[in-house]
Design a protein around this ligand. Structure first.
Ligand SMILES: Cc1cc2nc3c(=O)[nH]c(=O)nc-3n(C[C@H](O)[C@H](O)[C@H](O)COP(=O)(O)OP(=O)(O)OC[C@H]3O[C@@H](n4cnc5c(N)ncnc54)[C@H](O)[C@@H]3O)c2cc1C
Ligand code: SF4
Length: 327
């Protein structure tokens, strides 16, 4: 069993106090929510914070509120609560399905939405013990200078491995970030970057506090995932699809997002505009081919890349068929 390194634990009870701690402790501190990813990563020596600032006692961060316009979720809301919430299931099914597909039951009961949105990228050459990584000469993401996935690469292409990411992008969610200088709202589609070292625009002094998912009449969404073991594993691929229809049933807009490829979830671009009176079959066929052309899995995850590429068609088709289904 790998030991957990020594660290100092802080338990602020307000957001102001948590933000002040982040400023005071600087690079030596990390936020911890459910700890289901951060603590294993600390055991592997991937992150070495001297201080953990826990959000678990901060007031007002664990909530689900449904208004006429939005579903609003606090960052400390447990994944299991989101997955089981009937209103989330009704208005944002892709998110309910994505949160319900994270890890196993214990991860979903401990893990939070904020921790999932801010999850570190993963790579088969990185998520290993210190000795394993040392034997390989480490890599760019931690302690080394080379990438084992793209041999001549200067950038890390570790994979975004959170299930909520593609769902929140597909649903056009907004993420609220608080810092000592105020709050800002970032569209989920602009939150992730292609840099596997740190794949979000969140600054070290910011805390994700809230996620707002718009409620849209005529909207359907769905999430699909490929993983080694259905009971527990991180995604080898995941896809979220969202289709908005007007009152006469024609298509107003579509979004398809595929992830677990590289550091930033991929928004699939259709080869031709697909709005108006488009048959569901034509819509699905067009996006499936576009996704296959645009999504090229890398050797960053421990599985056959050709098979994962073929499976892009399958996960996209499954998600989009459900999102495009006519009542
Ligand atoms: C065996 C196993 C299987 C797993 N399978 C999956 C899977 O299938 N899909 C998946 O998505 N994840 C999976 N996970 C990862 C993890 O359990 C989930 O992603 C979980 O949602 C993380 O949430 P947490 O609250 O535990 O985050 P933590 O571990 O506490 O934090 C994760 C990261 O987010 C940061 N953070 C946390 N909250 C905030 C906030 N409010 N603002 C800013 N930064 C914040 C932390 O500093 C840390 O860097 C798995 C983990 C394990 C161990
Ligand atoms: S993609 Fe390359 S640099 Fe990034 S974690 Fe993997 S091996 Fe390391």
């Amino acid at each position: 069993m790998l030991p957990l390194p020594v660290f100092q634990h802080h338990s602020p009870t307000s957001l102001v106090e948590a933000l002040a701690l982040l400023v005071r402790l600087g690079d030596a501190a990390r936020l911890v929510a459910g700890g289901t990813d951060l603590l294993p990563n600390m055991k592997h020596g991937l992150v070495e914070p001297e201080h953990l600032v826990s959000l678990s006692r901060v007031d007002g961060l664990a909530s689900i509120a449904v208004s006429d316009t939005h579903v609003e979720l606090g960052a400390m809301t447990k994944l299991a609560d989101i997955a089981a919430h009937p209103e989330v299931g009704r208005h944002a099914p892709a998110l309910a399905e994505a949160t319900g597909a994270v890890g196993g039951p214990h991860h979903r009961r401990m893990g939070t939405l904020g921790g999932n949105v801010c999850l570190d990228t993963r790579c088969v050459y990185y998520n290993q013990t210190y000795f394993w990584r040392e034997a390989l000469g480490f890599c760019l993401k931690k302690d080394g200078s080379a990438c084992h996935v793209v041999a001549s690469g200067k950038n890390c292409v570790a994979a975004a491995s959170n299930d909520s990411g593609p769902a929140l992008i597909a649903l056009a969610a907004e993420l609220e970030l608080a810092s000592p200088s105020g709050t800002r709202s970032v569209p989920a589609a602009e939150f992730y970057t292609p840099d596997g070292l740190a794949n979000t625009v969140k600054r070290a002094d910011e805390i994700l506090t809230r996620v707002r998912v718009p409620r849209v009449v005529g909207r359907k969404s769905a999430f699909e995932k490929l993983r080694r073991r259905g009971a527990i594993d991180y995604p080898l691929l995941n896809a979220a699809a969202r289709v908005d229809r007007t009152s006469d049933g024609s298509i107003a807009s579509v979004e398809v997002v595929v992830s677990a490829l590289a550091a930033r979830p991929k928004r699939v671009k259709p080869t031709r505009p697909l709005v108006g009176n488009v048959a569901a079959e034509a819509l699905v066929a067009s996006y499936v081919e576009a996704a296959y052309k645009q999504c090229r899995p890398l050797t960053n995850l421990d599985n056959d890349t050709d098979w994962r590429r073929d499976m892009v068609r399958v996960v996209v088709e499954r998600a989009l068929r459900r999102a495009a289904a006519v009542d």
